[in-house]
Design a protein around this ligand. Structure first.
Ligand SMILES: C[S@@+](CC[C@H](N)C(=O)[O-])C[C@H]1O[C@@H](n2cnc3c(N)ncnc32)[C@H](O)[C@@H]1O
Length: 637
């Protein structure tokens, strides 16, 4: 909790002038948040929130090192690992920068929470929800905060039926210190409030760090087709970016659940977790929206198809559905780009796979066998989906050990999801897929092996290795993936031809015959360098594409990634990723300056002329050797 926190929690109001409250006096059912400024394209930041309360997980988990032990519980700074920390003597849980931070925290909140933690520990451990409830009890005891907290939605009548919450309120109420004393009924009300208005908090690497509560965030309604996509940018800040252009004055929505689920599943999730029946445009129209295709140029949704129709349509019918003049390209109504049906078909297939994953994600036996989800889907699942262990990873059921035992299938799923992320799927799907990817990476210990691979890769570079800070690569999703597959994926995208100068006339011959090299080991390491450099190069492309399309990266995130790229060699000039165009088709010439920089950093002897690139080495007899880099334009983007 930061020093100014109670000020920020004063009212369920807004901390960002780019938004305003809609229908403030008409009660929670009609209240919402709208923009005061337009967002011209997907990816534009609409709102940034510094969360009023962040409750950190008790121990660092594998997926994130941020916890009560590593983040100052007063000023929320990350504590330096090497410095001795200042831990509360009472709970032995909350850690601080120094005595001053501890004193401030104690004075404001911790004196009330600390003794109660100890008493609840045996029944509830240090659960984030319990600690959030206690924090809210403290703030609730201050009249001005109470008035404002009471304005938030609680769905009290329904939530109160939850036996766990009732039991918790009965435990907490008698333990509250005199100064913040409240009846069991009041505590139950606070628990209802916490249940409806809290959310998971992640750090800038999309790793879960605990729970967040914020009165501004609490005012934003849910939609199954949200126009906002939330991106954690620090331990306490969330940036909300547009998923499509938004006009000023429009209501903004986030999604409270995984909005890739079919309608039935979304409805059930929202009813059981948030106690409401969704009235968003899709649910109101009973449209079971599933497949959408966004214009690759401007990001506007070009068409969508209901889930019920999704499997009914064969290929021909699908064409009819999206293009009345069967076979002609579809034209984006916003920017006029003509999109070939073949391109749409590719995305269609990926959606089928996504649907499969999603359905697997929610236990097969729970899928209702009704018309909507239908036998076609079940057959599809049976025939084309992955073996059981993959369900479990996504479902959080499998242990890392089980996963490792089934690594091949898991990696198949991982690659498939990566392909989805890099396709033209509707941006709203990206976030849940990232979540699944992270889960897989986490459980497979992917980051660790990735770092090892990256290090191995860089070990071949003729550069001062002390200048590489490779540990940072794990945050760099695309780089990780590319390097992970660096021999497989990358070599599919680039043809490496080895040329050797003909000794007699000095001209190069096209014979790709490695036996000619006197010292094969030199060549192997050169190729390794080449592949490593290309990996890096491709991840720059990916970052550029995503950034420009605004799908997954906020400006802050891309800045962080720039820093990471930069940190490969301290003092190396920054890459300016923004210069790439929005389309997926990349030409070599777009990357010339970046390639030059890249090769400068990696000390690779890159030569280029008129769009042709090659690496130039010398063999043992000082005859020039060339490694040509071809086919970059056709790299599967
Ligand atoms: C965190 S609050 C959102 C803000 C709320 N409208 C307010 O002013 O307090 C969540 C509650 O808002 C309502 N809500 C949000 N999105 C909704 C939707 N799509 N359809 C119906 N009710 C919704 C539900 O009552 C839900 O439990």
């Amino acid at each position: 909790m930061t020093q100014d926190e109670p000020e920020r929690i004063k009212e369920p109001s807004l901390s960002d002038s780019r938004i305003s409250v809609m229908n403030p006096e008409e009660g929670p059912a009609k209240r919402g948040v709208s923009t005061t400024e337009a967002a011209s394209k997907p990816g534009c930041e609409v709102l940034k929130i510094k969360t009023a309360i962040t409750i950190y997980q008790p121990e660092p988990l594998d997926s994130s090192t941020d916890s009560c032990k590593t983040v100052c519980q007063h000023c929320t700074r990350r504590l330096p690992a090497h410095k001795s920390q200042y831990t509360c003597n009472g709970c032995k849980l909350y850690t601080y920068c120094n005595q001053r931070c501890y004193d401030l925290s104690w004075e404001k909140v911790h004196q009330y929470e600390c003794p109660v933690f100890e008493q609840l520990k045996s029944s509830f451990g240090y659960q984030e929800f319990v600690r959030l409830a206690l924090r809210l009890c403290t703030l609730y005891s201050i009249p001005s905060y109470r008035k404002n907290l009471e304005r938030l939605t609680t769905h009290r009548e329904e939530v109160e039926k939850n036996a766990t919450l009732v039991r918790l309120s009965e435990k907490i109420a008698p333990l509250l210190p005199e100064k913040i004393k409240a009846s069991q009924q009041t505590v139950l009300k606070i628990l209802c409030l916490a249940a409806i208005n809290s959310s998971t908090m992640m750090n800038e690497n999309f790793e879960q760090v605990g729970m967040a509560f914020d009165p501004t965030f609490s005012l934003i309604n849910h939609s199954c087709v949200p126009n906002l996509y939330s991106i954690p940018i620090s331990l306490t800040e969330i940036s909300f970016v547009a998923t499509s252009p938004i006009k000023a004055g429009t209501e903004v929505f986030t999604s409270y659940c995984f909005n890739g689920y079919p309608t039935e599943v979304r409805r059930r999730t929202l009813e059981t977790r948030f106690y409401f029946t969704c009235k968003c445009s899709i649910c109101r129209n009973k449209k079971n929206f599933f497949f959408s295709y966004n214009c690759p140029n401007c990001g506007i949704m070009m068409f969508s198809i209901a889930l019920s129709s999704f499997f009914k349509f064969g290929r021909e019918k699908m064409y009819q559905a999206i293009s009345p003049t069967n076979g002609t390209p579809s034209v984006c109504s916003s920017c006029g780009l003509a999109v070939a049906l073949k391109q749409v078909e590719r995305v269609w297939t990926l959606h089928k796979l996504l649907l499969g994953c999603l359905l697997y994600n929610i236990h097969r036996d729970k899928i209702p066998d009704n018309i909507e989800l239908g036998p076609a889907i079940n057959n599809f699942l049976k025939e084309s989906l992955l073996p059981t262990p993959t369900i479990d990873i996504v479902d959080d059921l499998a242990t890392p050990h089980e996963l490792r035992a089934n690594q091949r299938e898991v990696i198949k799923l991982y690659q498939m999801l990566q392909a989805l992320i890099h396709s033209d799927i509707c941006p709203i799907y990206c976030y849940p897929i990232y979540t699944i990817l992270t889960e897989i990476e986490h459980k497979l210990g992917h980051h660790e092996s990735m770092i090892a691979k990256v290090q191995k890769c860089f070990a071949g570079l003729a550069t001062d290795l002390s200048q590489f800070r490779v540990s940072q690569v794990s945050h760099f999703r695309e780089l990780g993936t590319d390097l992970y597959n660096y021999l497989g994926t990358i070599s599919k995208g680039i043809t490496v031809t080895i040329k050797q100068t003909n000794q007699s006339n000095g001209k190069s011959s096209d014979k790709a015959d490695s036996t000619k090299f006197v010292d094969k080991r030199i060549m192997a390491s050169d190729l390794k360098q080449c592949i490593a450099a290309c990996s890096l190069f491709f991840c720059l492309q990916l970052v550029a594409i995503h950034q420009d399309r605004g799908v997954a990266l906020s400006p802050a995130m891309s800045k962080r990634q720039e820093v990471i790229v930069e940190s490969i060699r301290l003092g190396a000039p920054r890459y300016k990723l923004k210069e790439f165009g929005p389309g997926n088709h990349l030409t070599m010439s777009m990357f010339v300056p970046y390639l030059k920089k890249l090769f400068e950093i990696t000390s690779l002897p890159l030569k280029h002329r008129k769009g042709n690139f090659w690496l130039q080495f010398a063999d043992r007899n000082n005859h020039p050797l060339f490694v040509e880099l071809n086919g970059v334009d056709s790299f599967g983007m």
